[in-house]
Every structure is written in structure tokens, then in C-alpha cells.
Design a binder for this molecule. Structure first.
Ligand code: TXA
Ligand code: MG
Length: 343
């Protein structure tokens, strides 16, 4: 299959993309978080193509994207009161709400057999216009091969899925750079299943206390509440180690690795540019975590194009969007921290 990359500078692009979707094909498109790989969510055969193209385990459910808030009623049995408030505040935006699914409307493989469905209205002009042209709910996971970092540029999608999907809508780099917050609103106190663009602090300001789930290293017998959390994600080819944002320690770590004959790629703020790494991938200024989220996945991917034996990535604080960054970094690093030889 030939994969076309299409710019979205004209009306016609949306009609072409909508035709593919309405004919049971998959299409990659930008959202404000990451690129998604979409299929019409009521078409089981089309949704199967998503799982095949990504190499995604079939027990991992997909998020349903809608083009207007009202549509949520079509797919959720009940929209809890706090969910309505959250939709008013954060939709369109990077917040996925997990609700009880209305039986018999969506294709069964969208929800992977669960009795709940994740729904969000994305805040990106291309995604919204596409949804409004298709006039159907669109199931879309991130448009990467399973196990790779989510794509924040159309070229990342092409790299991962070339030959496996017919069309990529190119809307440039995405804005936020990490995926949406997944919030289970089926319980009295909502639970964050995946931290993302809408932070815990932002949620609590609107609806009061929300809980964190324990997303990493879930025991084998304990079923994770967001099935996707049990898979190791976002892993570059070489091992990643976390390291504190401490100039001297970073310098020492890199020199130790060099003495060991290892080449080092580094992911972190500009402030650490001169610590001696063989490849440096900037996450922007020390203070601005939104620059970190924006650049993180491209940096992880760029590491795969180097000959680095080891990747060092700086940890951030865990407040605000730092929770989402650390969640992704801990997965990429398999929670390994670099240990200095002498401290
Ligand atoms: O920002 C995003 O959310 C992007 C863009 C494309 O919208 N999508 C995305 O989808 O990240 P995906 O499939 O890569 O991640 C969806 C996560 C997975 O961890 C999945 O297990 C969880 O949401 N999820 C989906 N439906 C669920 C459900 N009914 N119950 C619990 N978790 C669910
Ligand atoms: Mg994903």
C-alpha cells in the first residue's frame, strides 16, 4: 500500500480524508496532543485495521473522538454531573472521559470488550474539521507503531506506518506533545488513569478531589484500569536512564560513561548543553515545562537516529504537567535511574 501525505491547506483535503474514513479506511491526522490514527468507530472492520497497522494488542481499547459536545450522549449511557462540568471547562481539549458505554452503538473492538468507553473532543482545527466532515465518531489511538513514542509530527507517522496506511493529513507539529489526560468518571471520586495535558491541579480546581491510579508496574494478577498502562511504551532502542537536573552530576555521569567507551545522547533543558554528551536534544528552558512536553517525543525518536549506547534524560518536578512528563519518562526508562560511580 502506498502512503500519501497530504497538506491540509484546502477544503478538498477534508473531503478526501472523510471519503477514506467513510469507506472503511484508516487516516492519520493531527490533534493538539499527538497525531492519531483514525477509523469510523462504528465500523468493526475499519477499527481492526488500526490494530493491525499499529501492531496493537487487541485488549487495549481506543479513544472515541467527537466533533461536538452533544454527541457524547450518543455513546455514553449516562454522563455524570461532574463529567458535564469538566466537558464545559476542558472540551475541546486534552481530556478523555471514561464513561459507561451505550451498548450496540460502537464497534466492539473499540472498547476491547469493556463496559466503558473513553471519549474526547480534540482541540485542533484539522481534527475538528475532519470530525465535522465525516459526521461519525472516530476511534483513534496515537498513530505510532505500538511501543514507539507517540508521533508529534506527520513525518513520525510516516516513519512508523509507511506502507501500512493510505493517508496522513499533515497539519504540522502538534502543540502539547503528550497525550490527553484519561479520567475515569464512573466513580464518585474520578480517577486519573493517565496524566496528560489537563493536570490534576486543573481538574481539582473545577470539581474538587480526584485520585491518581497506580499506573506503573501493575502486578500480574491485578488488571490495570487503563489497559494501555501495562505495556511498556515510548522506548527508544538504547536504554534510557533518568538523572536529576544537577549540572555536576550530569557532567560526571557522562564522563563515567565515556570512560566506559559508551556514547551518550542527552535529553534535557538547554542549561545542560555543555555537560559533554555526544548528542544533545533540547527540551527548552529549565522553567517552561510546556516546552518539555512539546519536544519530548521527538527527542526520544531522534535518539534512535544516533549511535548512542546510552540515553540520559533529566527528571522534572511531578507537579502540573510534570506528572505527565515523569509518567512518560519513567516508562521510557523502565524506571531506571543513573547511579554515579562515586557520590
Ligand atoms: O491525546 C490522546 O489521547 C491521543 C490522541 C490521538 O487523541 N490518543 C491516544 O490514544 O493517546 P491511545 O490509544 O494511544 O491511548 C489511550 C489510552 C490507553 O492507555 C487505553 O488503555 C486507555 O486510554 N483507554 C481507552 N479506553 C479506555 C477505557 N474504556 N477504560 C480505560 N482505559 C481506556
Ligand atoms: Mg498510544
Amino acid at each position: 500500500m502506498q502512503t500519501k501525505m497530504m497538506e491540509v491547506n484546502e477544503e478538498r483535503s477534508y473531503e478526501i480524508a472523510a471519503d477514506y474514513l467513510n469507506n472503511g479506511e484508516v487516516v492519520a491526522f493531527p490533534t493538539e496532543t499527538v497525531y492519531g490514527l483514525g477509523a469510523v468507530a462504528t465500523n468493526q472492520g475499519a477499527v481492526t485495521k488500526i490494530f493491525e497497522a499499529k501492531g496493537r494488542p487487541s485488549d487495549n481499547p481506543l479513544i472515541v473522538h467527537i466533533g461536538s459536545k452533544e454527541e457524547v450522549e450518543k455513546y455514553a449511557v449516562e454522563v455524570p454531573a461532574h463529567a458535564k462540568v469538566l466537558m464545559e471547562h476542558f472540551w475541546p481539549g486534552p481530556l478523555t472521559l471514561i464513561m459507561k458505554v451505550k451498548p450496540g452503538v460502537l464497534a466492539e473492538n473499540v472498547t476491547a470488550g469493556l463496559d466503558t468507553v473513553g471519549i474526547r473532543m480534540p482541540d485542533h482545527p484539522v481534527a475538528l474539521k475532519l470530525l465535522q466532515t465525516v459526521k461519525q465518531p472516530v476511534a483513534a489511538p496515537s498513530a505510532n507503531r505500538s511501543g514507539k513514542p507517540s508521533p508529534t509530527e506527520a513525518e513520525h507517522v510516516y516513519h512508523d506506518l509507511e506502507g501500512k496506511i493510505p493517508l496522513i493529513l499533515n497539519g504540522g507539529a502538534t502543540g502539547i506533545g503528550v497525550e490527553s489526560t484519561v479520567l475515569d468518571v464512573t466513580t464518585a471520586t474520578p480517577v486519573i488513569l493517565r496524566p496528560g495535558g489537563v493536570t490534576k491541579e486543573m481538574l481539582e480546581e473545577i470539581i474538587g478531589p480526584v485520585e491518581d491510579s497506580i499506573p506503573f508496574g501493575v502486578g500480574e494478577k491485578e488488571a490495570p484500569r487503563a489497559p494501555g498502562m501495562k505495556y511498556q511504551h515510548y522506548a527508544p532502542d538504547s536504554p534510557v536512564y533518568l538523572i536529576e537536573q544537577n549540572y555536576e552530576n550530569i557532567e560526571q555521569a557522562i564522563s563515567e560513561l565515556h570512560n566506559d567507551g559508551k556514547k551518550v545522547a542527552f535529553i534535557g533543558p538547554d542549561a545542560f548543553l555543555d555537560t559533554g554528551a555526544d548528542w544533545f536534544f533540547s527540551t527548552g528552558s529549565l522553567e517552561d515545562l510546556s516546552e518539555f512536553t512539546k519536544s519530548l517525543y521527538a527527542a526520544l525518536r531522534a535518539c534512535d537516529d544516533t549511535e548512542a549506547d546510552v540515553i540520559l534524560a533529566t527528571a522534572t518536578k511531578r507537579e502540573g504537567v510534570g506528572a505527565a512528563i515523569m509518567n512518560r519518562l519513567e516508562k521510557a526508562a523502565d524506571r531506571k535511574w543513573y547511579k554515579l560511580a562515586e557520590e
